[in-house]
Design a protein. Structure first.
Length: 423
């Protein structure tokens, strides 16, 4: 990101309100394109993100994909409560908890941080490591079934690292027994308290050992993130915090089918490669998941890349992608795919993920396309927002972005002080 001084957009600045005027910011509601069927289909070639993959993939028209995805993500029309958003998306990346809260809140108009905290306290949604070995918010009913699919695979990938850290069966036993004694009866512990208990029990946590023990126990369904404490969460025993649900899928085939149908409903249209990347499973698993999903998914029409969507997605694709959005860091709209070229020009991917370091910046989305990144600055109660737009942008475009940025500030109980575009 440039270190040059930010350039303030001044012609629309209103000192009395502390924000840019939102006049001229129309287009935040979807416009319906004129009938023919779907927008024209063509072949695009794009860089495929995730674990160093590079492939050329034939895709549907980017406009149709963006329109359908805005709808499936709940970014065109709200899907309901905060818990409903997580259920819709099936999993929401949450290694940055504050970003995950806005990822959900941006899909629930008028919501606040307190609403998302309440969702977590109500235990309908749990934060753990269900897919790709990475922290996500996931419906509580689905956590154990998903871990049964993914946990052993992720631990297998980490086996060499665990050997180098000298973590084996004995260390796991001590960590598990100690955690169960410490947390039994509805208890909770901070990360520091948990590591201190393990050290006292003779299981050293120096370096990365403590983190890997937490991760191991979470993948094994012992630990999960529980009560919210400031900007983080305390650890709990999963069986006490969120007992197994009666409506959870039973067995590998049923879980694959429900996971695929859920991913498609909240992210579609998607390819099997998208699903395999998102879950950390194999293409063979993805094919089995497609078969198990049955009529809960359907082929997205006219797409040479063989994408799948929820029934009715073709109708959503008839809408022109529209609206201005300020999405969270790690938001699923950009992150949740192997191939991200439909929503962001591949030339700009490195600006969303600087240096390919795995840290995704908050993104600005206009008409379904990622056009820049943003970050907060200034006081917590009166934040400024600094924009980095990838290409030339008019004052009118910047004004369109003021509405979602104002909503972001209100979500945090703050008043937006101003919007600045970085040179």
């Amino acid at each position: 990101m440039s270190t040059r001084a930010p350039m303030r957009i001044s012609r629309s600045w209103t000192a009395s309100t502390g924000i840019l005027r939102a006049d001229g910011g129309g287009g935040d509601r979807a416009d319906v394109a004129q009938p023919p069927s779907l927008p024209g289909w063509r072949v695009r070639h794009g860089r495929v993100g995730g674990r160093g993959q590079n492939r050329d993939m034939a895709t549907a028209s980017s406009a149709a994909l963006r329109a359908a995805r805005l709808s499936s993500h709940g970014l065109r029309e709200p899907v309901g409560s905060a818990a409903s958003v997580v259920e819709r998306l099936m999993a929401v990346q949450a290694q940055d908890l504050a970003a995950a809260k806005w990822a959900v809140g941006s899909r629930v108009p008028g919501s606040t941080v307190a609403d998302i905290d309440a969702m977590l306290e109500q235990r309908q949604v749990v934060r753990s490591w269900p897919v790709r070995g990475t922290l996500h918010l996931v419906p509580a009913r689905m956590l154990r079934p998903i871990l049964a699919l993914t946990g052993a695979r992720e631990l297998g990938r980490a086996a060499l690292r665990h050997r180098r850290l000298e973590l084996g069966a004995e260390e796991y036993r001590i960590a598990r027994d100690t955690a169960e004694r410490l947390l039994a009866g509805g208890g909770s512990a901070s990360r520091e308290q948990l590591l201190a208990a393990w050290d006292a029990a003779g299981c050293e946590t120096a370096g990365q050992r403590g983190y890997h023990l937490i991760w191991w126990l979470a993948l094994d369904g012992v630990l999960a993130c529980g009560p919210v404490e400031g900007r983080t969460q305390r650890f709990v025993l999963l069986d006490e915090w969120a007992p197994a649900a009666s409506d959870a899928p039973i067995g590998r085939e049923a879980t694959l089918g429900e996971l695929f149908a859920g991913y498609v409903a909240g992210h579609g249209p998607v390819t099997l490669r998208d699903f395999a990347w998102w879950t950390g499973l194999t293409l063979g698993d993805a094919k089995a998941a497609l078969a198990a999903a049955g009529d809960r998914v359907e082929r997205f029409p006219g797409d040479d890349a063989e994408r799948f969507a929820a029934p009715g997605a073709a109708d959503a694709a008839r809408h022109r992608p529209s609206g201005a959005l300020a999405l969270a860091a790690f938001d699923e709209y950009f992150l949740g795919y192997a191939d991200r070229s439909a929503v962001c020009d591949p030339r700009h991917h490195d600006r969303v993920i600087p240096g390919g370091n795995g840290v995704f910046q908050p993104v600005l989305v206009v008409d379904g396309r990622v056009i820049g990144t943003w970050r907060r600055a200034g006081r917590a109660d009166r934040p400024r927002v600094e924009l980095e737009v990838f290409e030339a942008a008019s004052d009118a475009l910047i004004r369109r972005l003021t509405r979602p940025l104002t909503a972001w500030a209100r979500f945090h109980g703050a008043q937006l002080e101003g919007v600045e575009r970085r040179a």
